[in-house]
Design a binder for this molecule. Structure first.
Ligand code: PLP
Length: 234
């Protein structure tokens, strides 16, 4: 069995190689370690290996870890899971980033509930890039209006877009999906230049990070390639 530190080294080399191959600058692509289902000890191991950004999908599980690790002030916490509107207060205040904002109601609540003493919450809009019926995310058609509305919310800093493509797509279709998200971000930068930095594409996971980096990913969200295969969530 390889260690978490070895795995982070391996993933970091994959990222560097793909970044270089895409003609992009080293440092353009950051690694978000997806620590869902992992305990605080696994996160400590990753921290010791130099990893600082962690992504969580399930709020209660995340809050337990954030509390257990509150002495580790260098950790940056990212929420990447579906958001229920009655859970926004903790998401607004215990995380640095939220990648999974997909409707105005959620954005408004995060904006209202973010502690004014904290910096603005960094957010991405999740796009349902393959129009999957049961998947979170707004459609590309809904996106421009949502961006214009979020742009007016002072406690949110709109960084860009996030997508989780259909895992059953062929490599070619996956590439097209990443490209579509990148193009949507480029269009928004032109059409809504004041909406926020719009500098972020959160896309690519353990199995497809190279493809995502080739299409412009700036955060790759990697779980199993760092922490090993997850037990099925019951
Ligand atoms: C679990 C998860 C990941 C990481 O997936 P791996 O295939 O384990 O790398 C990335 N993004 C989201 C939103 C996830 O839920």
């Amino acid at each position: 069995m390889t260690s978490i530190a070895d795995n982070i080294g391996g993933v970091t080399r994959r990222i560097q190689k793909a970044t270089l191959a895409a003609g992009r600058s080293p440092g353009d692509v950051r690694l978000l370690a997806v620590s869902k289902t992992q305990g605080p000890e696994a996160i400590r191991e990753a921290l010791a290996a130099g990893q600082f950004a962690f992504g969580e999908n399930y709020l209660q599980e995340a809050l337990d870890k954030i509390n257990a690790l509150k002495a580790e002030t260098s950790i940056q916490w990212h929420f990447i899971g579906p958001i229920q509107s009655n859970k926004t207060r903790d998401i607004a205040n215990c995380f640095d980033w939220v990648h999974s904002v997909d409707r105005l109601k959620i954005a408004r609540r995060l904006d209202e509930q973010r502690d004014p003493a904290l910096p603005a919450l960094e957010v991405c809009i999740q796009v349902n890039i393959n129009d999957e019926p049961s998947k979170s995310g707004c459609t590309l058609t809904e996106l421009p209006d949502l961006v214009r509305s979020i742009a007016t919310l002072p406690r949110l800093n709109l960084r860009g877009l996030m997508a989780i493509p259909d895992p059953d797509l062929s490599e070619g279709d996956l590439k097209q999906s990443f490209r579509k998200l990148a193009r949507a971000l480029a269009d928004l930068r032109q059409q809504e230049p004041a909406a926020g930095p719009l500098d972020t594409l959160s896309m690519g996971m353990s199995d497809d990070l190279e493809l995502a980096i080739a299409e412009g990913a700036t955060w790759v969200r990697v779980g199993s390639a760092i922490f090993g295969a997850r037990a099925a969530k019951s």
